[in-house]
Design a protein around this ligand. Structure first.
Ligand code: MN
Length: 340
């Protein structure tokens, strides 16, 4: 079968690979579509500490079950599915308290084990979520990025009527915007430094956008809230140096959701956290958010196709990586069509 493999940092190619087999409890997926994510770029750069090379990457994908192992209902062959990449052990402390997305022995599909930039991939049967008949496989490949948004929002405890500030209008910022609207938040501000991205945010329903390069972000936020600050701040830009500004922009009792994976320290002032009793939460991957995301898409409350800017073939992946590397402002989600 054909697959996109990263053999070492900065070394990748599309080529022939052995066909995967379903181990006990697993199914084989014929992949239809897979999305390219910023974290795939980190793997290619060699700055993901978890990945072991060589690796077939890709953790955002959907397809059709083509084979099952013993112990999996054979009726699942032919089922249209999308794949939750979080494979957890079920025994460690976080698994026991219902937090499998930070499992101590986690195996992320496309990072620790082979992923979806391939004609076929084997995954645990329980990670393959059945799709409603009218949910298209291209849209279903975007369930994973929405699950990131759903997870950080649930960690932040939104209350009805809360204002939300989203920092960064890349794909994750835009999934956050759509997901926040889907769960009923109405006053959403998005900031970025690229006007093209802010235009996307307005198109998708941001009430207010702020270009952090040409405007003073903190002042704009304080002006817009009569000096009070904002209760919900989600960081989809993942720039550690912005954390102090987030503390200042948050209102008392505010909640700040962090998604960045940077090892760079941030200057955090305890007084800011304590006097406003702020909550800072980390959010990693997703904690069983696939069913609710699938439901929102099926009900038309999320619009995955609005996030797709490019549709390419597997063989075109090296060129797409070049585009994402050098012209990120020209791309939203790049979707790889593998079969259909
Ligand atoms: Mn992703």
């Amino acid at each position: 079968m054909q697959a996109f493999e990263v053999s070492a940092p900065h070394a990748f190619a599309v080529g022939d690979q052995p066909e995967p087999q379903a181990a006990p409890g697993e199914v084989v997926i014929d992949v239809a579509y897979a999305g390219i994510c910023g974290s795939d770029m980190h793997i290619i750069h060699g700055d993901n500490a978890f990945v072991r090379f060589p690796r077939i990457t890709g953790h955002e994908f959907a397809g059709v079950i083509s084979a099952v192992s013993d112990g999996v209902d054979p009726a699942r062959v032919g089922e249209r599915v999308c794949i939750d990449p979080v494979v957890s052990c079920g025994r460690c402390y976080p698994c026991r308290i219902g937090r499998p997305n930070v499992c101590s022995a986690m195996q992320v599909i496309g990072v620790h084990r082979n992923g979806g930039f391939a004609e076929q991939v084997n995954v645990p049967a329980s990670n393959a979520h059945r799709l409603p008949d009218d949910l298209d496989l291209d849209a279903a490949a975007l369930v994973e990025p929405y699950s990131i948004a759903a997870n950080v929002l649930s960690r932040m405890g939104p209350q009805p009527g809360d204002r939300l500030l989203i920092i960064g209008a890349g794909v994750i910022g835009l999934t956050l915007l759509q997901m926040a609207r889907a769960i009923g938040l109405e006053e959403i501000t998005v900031t970025d430094i690229l006007d093209e991205r802010l235009a996307s945010a307005r198109e998708l329903g941001a009430g207010h956008t702020i270009n952090g390069r040409s405007e003073d972000l903190e002042q704009a936020v304080l002006n817009a809230t009569d000096g009070e600050g904002i209760p919900l701040i989600a960081d989809a830009a993942c720039i550690p140096a912005m954390l102090p500004a987030m503390l200042r922009m948050a209102c008392p009792a505010g909640r700040i959701g962090l998604l960045g994976f940077s090892p760079t320290p941030s200057d955090l002032i305890q007084l800011e956290v304590i006097k406003k009793e702020l909550t800072l939460v980390g959010s990693r991957l997703n904690n069983r958010k696939f069913p609710e995301v699938i439901e929102h898409i099926a009900a038309g409350r999320l619009d995955p196709k609005a996030l797709i800017s490019h549709r390419i073939a597997l063989a075109e992946m090296p060129g797409a990586i070049d585009l994402l590397e050098n012209h990120p402002e020209q791309a939203r989600k790049v979707l790889v069509k593998i079969s259909s």
